[in-house]
Design a protein around this ligand. Sequence first.
Ligand SMILES: [Mg+2]
Length: 287
Amino acid sequence: MLKSSKRVVMLGDCQSFYASVEKAEHPQYKDRPMVVAGDPERRSGIVLAACPIAKSKGITTAERLGEAVAKCPDLVVIKPRMQRYIDVSMLITDIYKSYTDLVEPYSIDEQFLDVTGSMHLFADTPEEMAQIIQAHVQAATGVYTRFGIAETKILAKTACDNYAKKNSSGIYTLTKEMLPETLWKRPVSDMFMSGSRMTRHFNVMGLPTIGSVAQTPLGKLKQMMRRKFGKNSDIQAEMYWRIANGIDDSPVRPGTHQVAPKSVGHMMTLPFDYREFDHILTPLLEL
Ligand SMILES: [Mg+2]
């Protein structure tokens, strides 16, 4: 449990978001494998989202619809409705805002909540608070949410991606004290902001785990990175060192749609080549 003097930050993530919205609105498909995919009439479309049942049959996001149907002949294929997903995302923001005014949308299906000041109104513990919000979103939208809980945004995101998404309650608290026994043991590829290129560099530098980055003194890490990237890499070195150590003072900023740095790989698979401005606008706004 987090100590009372610390901030209580949550990252709420929607499971299989587009597919979950469609399932909620098509209850007849509740127990069927379903994907949201561009142009269901043609096999050349791309899978944008797969429900958990479809995923259990080996279907993955961004694969070709024809391949998905081959794996699972009774697959239900639904055409994407971006505007509807944006509306539901905003409805979920409103639900979060009934628990705290500090809600920051991070992507269409992920939002940060700072509940430090309001938790006592709703629950005794952060985990209980997350359960209440999870049940509220489920009842209102049919979407299942997972919550990473921590003192900082980066640790909340880490708690969600690496732990909450994989446990049965969908809720996980990660404290700084737990880092050596949990996150630090993981490969550096699991570190927030470490893409495949940076992961390779860390491995070459002899830093294969998140803990090995965290425990390298900052000055030494800067030197090691300068040898590879020149002296302009000091800022990058400090950023990775802070991430590995769970150091992050950035506040949850209500109303901001944070533009993720390039290396996070913020992308969206589109159902077809967009040529009209109106078509392009919706996914652009989403990103
Ligand atoms: Mg998600």
